[in-house]
Every structure is written in C-alpha cells, then in structure tokens.
Design a protein around this ligand. Structure first.
Ligand code: ADP
Ligand code: MG
Ligand code: MG
Ligand code: MG
Length: 400
C-alpha cells in the first residue's frame, strides 16, 4: 500500500477511514497514541458518534534504550499479527481479533480491549482474578500443544517454524535475560543499594552453570510456538475475562519459557506486597492468594496439557509408556528455571516491573528487590531437581 514510515495520529485516522469496518462515512474519529513509544506506536481510534473503536499497532524500526537507538527488524509486526491470528484460531476470545493488517507499514488493526485492564496494574491495585489461572492454563496448554510435534503434523511444523524466525527479537531476550545480569554490562539497571547482590550474581559459578543450561534451551529447543513475552503487562484482564496481547517476541522455543514468564511475574508481585500492604492480616491473605495463583497456573496448565495428550496426540511414538510424565517433568523444571531467570533480570537488568519500582519507601523497595533475587536464584539453582509445584512453592517460601 505505501512505503514504511511511522504514522502520525492524523494518518492513523485516514487509514481507519479506508477500512470497510467498523466506521462509516459520518464517523467522527479521534485518535490518541497510547503506547510507550519505545518499540511500537499504539493508536486508539474512537468514533465520537458511536461506541465503536479500534486499535492500530505499528512497529518502529528501532528500540530506544539508554540514550541509544537499537535497530530492530520490522518483520516482528508480521510475526505478531500471524501469531495473534493463530492464537485466535486455537483460543477464540483470548486474544484481540485482527481486523486488518499492512505488512509494508508494519501495522495491525485490531479489536480494542480498553474495557479490560493490564493485569500488572490490576494486581498492583489489589484486584483479584479468580478465573485467571484457568484461562491462562487453557491458553498455554492449547497454544503450546497444538504448535508442537505432539499436536501438529511434523512437516508442517517445520514450515511454520521458518515463518517465526526473528534473530533481532531473540537477541534481546538472549542478552537481557541470559547474559547481561550475570556480568558488568552497560544496559544493566539497578540501585546502588543492591550492588552487593549484583556482584554476587557476577561471581556465582553454580548459578552461571544453570543459566548457561537455560540459555542453551532458549537457543536450541524449538518445542512449540511461544508467545515469547508473556508477562502480566502483556495480559488484559477483568475478573471474568483474560486476553493476551503483544506476542511480538513469538518464536519456536521451550514451552517452560512462557509458563515461567507468567509465574515469575506473579512472584514479583508477591515479593512487592510487603511494600504496599501495611496490615499484617491483609498482607498474609494477599500473599497466600498470589501463591495460590502460582500453584493454579501450573496445575491448570498441566491437567489441560495432559488431556490434550490423551485426546489430540498426532505422534504415535509419544504414546510410549512413561513419555508423557517425563515430558511434563521437563516442562515443569524448565518453567521453574525460566521463572527464576525472569525474576533476576527484572531487578538488575534493563527493564523493570512497576510492581517493585512503584514502592515509594526506599527500604521497602530494597527489601522487595532482595526478596525477588533470592527467589529467582533459588528457582534457577533448584530447577533440575524440582518435581512438583508444592516443591516449587516450598523453594519460594524458604528462599528468604
Ligand atoms: P508494546 O509491544 O510496545 O509493549 P503492547 O502491545 O503491549 O505494545 O501495547 C502497549 C499498550 O497499548 C498496552 O499496554 C495497552 O495499554 C495498549 N494496547 C495494546 N493493544 C491494545 C488493544 N488491543 N486494546 C486496547 N489497548 C491496547
Ligand atoms: Mg511497551
Ligand atoms: Mg507490551
Ligand atoms: Mg511488546
């Protein structure tokens, strides 16, 4: 349609007018750019004459990081759009519907989910999401199973794998999660008060071995088509509904990377709670609720994944006695290890989480940072020994 350039809000409105839906000739359109502008533009376009609205997400050809500009391939817009369509097919209603796209402009026109809230914000505000674990367990079981060699034709899987290769995006993860937190690196970002913790991360050989093994899995284990960035900032929720957005890091990788992302972000919120809840009874209740969510996310995933294995398996060799149990055990251990790695990077690496950073009291904030690191390191170090979600939760409780 046209050569790539970042759209202005006015151009986004003009583009919206050319679409067959949902606006009409007499729509009175307004547009606000609501993204954080670091990697992508997100335009929210509403019709003042009706309740109709859409989102246009457009990729930028760079990421802004610590003053420099880091070139990023625009291919991620096509990858994000294709995986949204794939996830919509596998889990209808759990991702925004794609209405239109333009690969030259690196943009996707999609359903507006503004009636939901970003889960990280909802958790920080203390809202409860009793159906979340069921929803995300179902989402992960279906998206991971049906894109793996267990649930789809193995030749078609190889072709699909080829459509979801994005070295630029993977390098971000490889650097920020599996490398820089463990050495002196310019993009690391932490407060001087925890310099001792950062130093300990750089000199812990036992930890480095486990991170190297996790990194190897991320680099080489193309088990399933991952979302790739499944933190609580990529999930829209209400107490009744869960919708996953922002799969621009999608690629073929180890299943535990997605499950670990969800669990890590629940545990980061858990570690932040003493910094925001002063009443000890209320604190205990909320902590128990977060740990229950962690338990439920895994158990809901596992039960659904095992049911798909029984009913929808395409690989006859996977019926070998004992294989399902070993496969689930591997995914579980990976989940624990990746969860730990994701916690560590959110404290000392480039990108932080608001759950912790928004704690105003410096002493409480430092406490939450140390707690997150203790839990993260314990999960990384124990991942290859853990067998049950109960053991994982014991590791969390005894880490601090
Ligand atoms: P980025 O990849 O730049 O993080 P996201 O896809 O996470 O972009 O979108 C950034 C923000 O834009 C989200 O946190 C949310 O507030 C808003 N947003 C994105 N997609 C939608 C949508 N479909 N409906 C409503 N708001 C959205
Ligand atoms: Mg962002
Ligand atoms: Mg995002
Ligand atoms: Mg993103």
């Amino acid at each position: 349609m046209s050569q790539y350039h970042p759209l202005t809000p006015q151009e986004a409105i003009e583009l919206a007018r050319t679409l067959p839906d949902p606006f009409t000739a007499d729509s009175n359109l307004e547009c606000r750019e609501i993204g954080d502008g670091n990697l992508n533009l997100v335009f929210h376009i509403t019709d003042q004459n009706s309740d109709k609205s859409i989102i246009i997400k457009q990729a930028l050809p760079y990421a802004k990081v610590v003053g420099e500009s880091w070139p990023l391939s625009l291919v991620r817009a096509r990858i994000e759009r294709e995986i949204l369509q794939e996830e919509y097919r596998l889990c209808p209603g759990m991702v925004p519907e794609v209405y239109h796209y333009d690969d030259d402009l690196a943009l996707t026109v999609m359903e507006d989910l503004s009636d939901h809230v970003i889960m990280r914000k909802g958790l920080i505000e203390g809202t409860s999401y009793p159906l979340f674990a069921q929803h995300i367990g179902e989402f992960m079981a279906r998206t991971l199973f049906f894109t793996s060699d267990l649930g789809m034709n193995q030749q078609l899987k190889k072709e699909k794998q080829g459509r979801f290769i994005n070295p630029d995006q993977c390098k971000i993860t490889e650097d920020l999660i599996f490398d820089e937190p463990y050495r002196i690196a310019e993009k690391n970002n932490y407060e001087a008060s925890i310099e001792d913790e950062a130093e300990a991360l750089r000199t812990d050989g036992e930890l480095h071995l486990e991170v190297a093994l996790l990194r190897e899995k991320f680099l080489t284990h193309g088990e399933a088509l991952l979302h790739g960035d499944l933190h609580t900032g990529s999930i829209f929720v209400t107490p009744e509904s869960t919708k996953v957005i922002d799969p621009e890091f999608a690629y073929y990788g180890p299943m535990g990377f997605d499950i670990g992302a969800v669990i890590a972000n629940l545990l980061l919120n858990y570690a932040s709670l003493p910094g925001s809840i002063k009443d000890s009874q209320a604190l205990q209740e909320r902590e128990a609720l977060l740990l229950d969510m962690v338990r439920d996310v895994w158990t809901e995933f596992e039960s659904r994944f095992r049911a798909l294995w029984v009913n929808d398996l395409v690989d006859p060799m996977a019926k070998a006695p004992g294989y399902q149990d070993l496969y689930v055990q591997k995914v579980f251990r990976d989940t624990a290890g990746f969860a730990g790695a994701k916690m560590v990077r959110r404290i000392v690496g480039l990108a932080h989480v608001a759950d912790i950073d928004s704690i105003e009291d410096a002493t409480e904030r430092e406490r939450a940072q140390r707690k997150s690191l203790a839990i993260g390191k314990a999960l990384i170090k124990s991942n290859r020994r853990l067998n049950t979600i109960g053991e994982l939760l014991d590791t969390v409780s005894t880490a601090v």
